[in-house]
Design a protein around this ligand. Structure first.
Ligand code: GRG
Length: 318
């Protein structure tokens, strides 16, 4: 593992996050500190900082921008856990489980709108444009996903569209913004955005496979949550295509009814049909695409760290 070139920067980002979280409203303070304090991998702020670093930008706006993307990410998590009725996140009870749905949604709104206040303070129309577009697409992705629930006949392309919208878009925006604040050319900006989109797609593919392969304790969230919601993700779509008639019928029924009573059997089918390997291979191929984009950047420790992120995003177990 290479030395982390942005370790001191990440400490600064955490300081901005703490300062900007503050509110006179006690419940906002309590819930926002609860979810942000639980940690998380902070990948999206890392993308902002690593691309800014790779393109030679050292201005203080980078810390604010990195905090902004983490706030938007956190707002989506708060909303998502309500929509999905999840009970475990980052190894802790979800905010909705602890404080209720209404409080979770509203504190999500606080974080989301605080992020826009911070964007305005950066005073760059292009930054506003990128993030306004990204958050709009994320919301579209989430609604598309809702429409796809309980549909065992979902086409793989439609599944991929959802993950590009709901997850890859914020990765794309984070990488793009690293280029925007650095004053990069249009071509470089697009290469950075392409990296983010591919990495984000790889990341969500792995997220979806860990729901069948992972361990609750290591993941920090409940395995089998996707099936419980009747979410047709790639591991299930592949297992249905490759399985026997009986196996296919079992998975179809589980998706249609969001049924987890036979989760153990379904996990075995998913494993035996090679659906997990195929999903990880698809993630690896997206990560390879991301890696190719880095040839457009000059060599640096930041670029090395971006390369390493491609490998770690595919091989991760949490
Ligand atoms: C508030 C703009 C806005 C939209 C609401 C609910 C919703 C619409 C969007 C949810 C999108 C979503 C949660 C996508 C999944 C993204 C994902 C892979 C989350 C997990 O990311 P990690 O692993 O989390 O980076 P940590 O905990 O490490 O930060």
């Amino acid at each position: 593992m290479i030395a982390d070139p942005i370790a001191p920067d990440m400490a600064q980002v955490d300081a901005v996050i703490r300062t900007r979280l503050s509110s006179d409203v006690a419940l906002i303070d309590q819930i926002s500190h609860y979810i942000i304090g639980a940690g998380g991998k902070r990948i999206r702020p890392r993308l902002v900082l690593l691309f800014a670093g790779a393109l030679g930008f050292q201005g203080p706006e980078r810390f604010e921008l990195a905090a902004i993307v983490e706030f938007i990410h956190t707002a989506t998590l708060l909303h998502d856990d309500v929509v999905d009725e999840s009970s475990l996140r980052r190894g802790r009870q979800t905010a909705n489980a602890l404080f209720g749905n209404a409080a979770s949604v509203l504190v999500g709104d606080f974080l989301y709108s605080r992020a826009f206040q911070m964007m305005v303070s950066i005073n760059r129309m292009r930054v506003l444009e990128v993030l306004a577009d990204a958050t709009n697409v994320i919301a579209e992705g989430e609604v598309l996903q809702l429409m796809n629930m309980h549909d065992p006949d979902l086409a793989v392309d439609d599944y991929l569209r959802v993950i590009r919208y709901k997850t890859a878009k914020l990765f794309e925006a984070s990488a793009r913004l690293g280029a925007v604040i650095s004053g990069a050319s249009h071509d470089i900006e697009e290469a950075c955005a392409d990296y983010g989109r591919s990495l984000g797609t790889a990341f969500q593919l792995v997220d979806d496979l860990l729901d069948y392969q992972g361990e609750t304790q290591e993941l920090g969230k409940n395995v089998g949550d996707d099936l419980r919601e009747g979410k047709p993700t790639l591991p299930l779509l592949v297992a249905m295509e490759r399985g026997t008639t009986q196996q296919r019928a079992l998975i179809r029924h589980a998706i249609e009814h969001g049924e987890v009573q036979r989760l153990a059997e379904i996990v075995t089918i998913v494993r035996d049909t090679g659906a997990l390997e195929l999903t990880r291979d698809a993630a690896r191929s997206e990560a390879d695409k991301a890696r190719q984009c880095l040839h457009r950047l000059p060599p640096s420790t930041y670029r090395e760290a971006l390369l390493e992120l491609c490998v770690r995003s595919v091989d991760r177990s949490f």
